[in-house]
Design a protein around this ligand. Structure first.
Ligand SMILES: [Zn+2]
Length: 277
């Protein structure tokens, strides 16, 4: 069938007519919930929105049935890989993609593959796919402890000479695709930094350090796509570790897939650095 941007590895939802249970792998359920939540009610989307928890239950199965009945004229409450329901979900949710190029100075303690998997899980709730386009190792010892200055979030500067030099390493990165520089550390010490030099010849991107959390990559890319920190944490006296955009340390996040609110999802989906996919 089609190559879909948001795919599932096994079935999600109810048992088949012959009684075969769906696998309901958690990452597959996240994908289906994210798709259903990004389709409006008139188009058969979840109404009310599902809790994005990756767990199958009666509300998610009912939402699958409602989508199928609205869009496909049947309902078995089950989304099978490579079949019509997952294909139609991708179309109706208007899935978009962010394209990532890894530039590795130092491999992070939490493997970059885990960071990408985590980012895919989180961004599925905005019906955004994550394409890892290339990985390149760079030997740049003088930039491995990168001076990032004040690191203004998600902006094109001011950048430091270190950042300007690092971001000239753009092999293979197309316009609006995203560079992710994996460095040993930053000066001052941060988990990551989303400041990037201005385009058009320098692509947008982020820096992630060796000691970063599993969520740092998703968090920093979200800054580049237009999200700022939560405004409700009162200088971290009331931190919200259920949310991707906590400003109080992504290492403290307690959910498998930290949440984005409706405003954040709308901002992400309207970002310039996304592709039809
Ligand atoms: Zn941040």
């Amino acid at each position: 069938l089609l190559q879909l941007p948001l795919t599932i590895g096994g079935a999600v939802g109810a048992a088949s007519a012959t009684g075969v249970p769906a696998t309901n792998a958690r990452d597959d359920v996240f994908v289906v919930q994210g798709l259903l939540n990004n389709i409006d009610a008139a188009g058969g989307g979840a109404s009310p929105k599902l809790v994005f928890d990756g767990l199958i239950g009666p509300l998610t199965v009912a939402a699958i049935r409602r989508f199928q009945q609205t869009q496909l004229g049947f309902q078995d409450g089950r989304v099978d890989p490579g079949q019509i329901t997952i294909a139609r979900l991708n179309v109706l949710a208007a899935v978009r993609c962010v394209r990532i190029h890894l530039k590795v100075l130092t491999n992070p303690t939490i493997p970059s593959a885990t960071m990408i998997t985590t980012m895919r899980r989180v961004f599925a709730q905005a019906a955004i796919g994550v394409e890892l386009v290339s990985t390149q190792n760079l030997t740049l010892p003088l930039l491995n402890d990168l001076n990032v200055g004040s690191c203004p979030r998600g902006t094109t500067g001011p950048t430091t000479p270190d950042q300007d030099a690092l971001f000239t390493n753009q092999d293979g990165i197309g316009p609006n695709e995203m560079a992710v520089y994996l460095v040993r550390s930053t000066i001052p010490p941060l988990n990551g930094c989303s400041t990037h030099p201005p385009g058009p010849f320098i692509r947008p991107g982020v820096t992630v350090v060796q000691a970063a959390s599993a969520f740092t990559l998703a968090h920093e890319v979200a800054h580049v796509l237009g999200l700022d920190h939560l405004t409700t944490e009162a200088g971290c006296t009331t931190p919200d570790f259920n949310r991707l955009m906590t400003g109080c340390g992504t290492a403290n996040i307690t959910r498998l897939a930290p949440l984005l609110d409706a405003t954040e999802i709308a901002t992400l989906r309207s970002a310039a650095f996304l592709f039809a996919c």
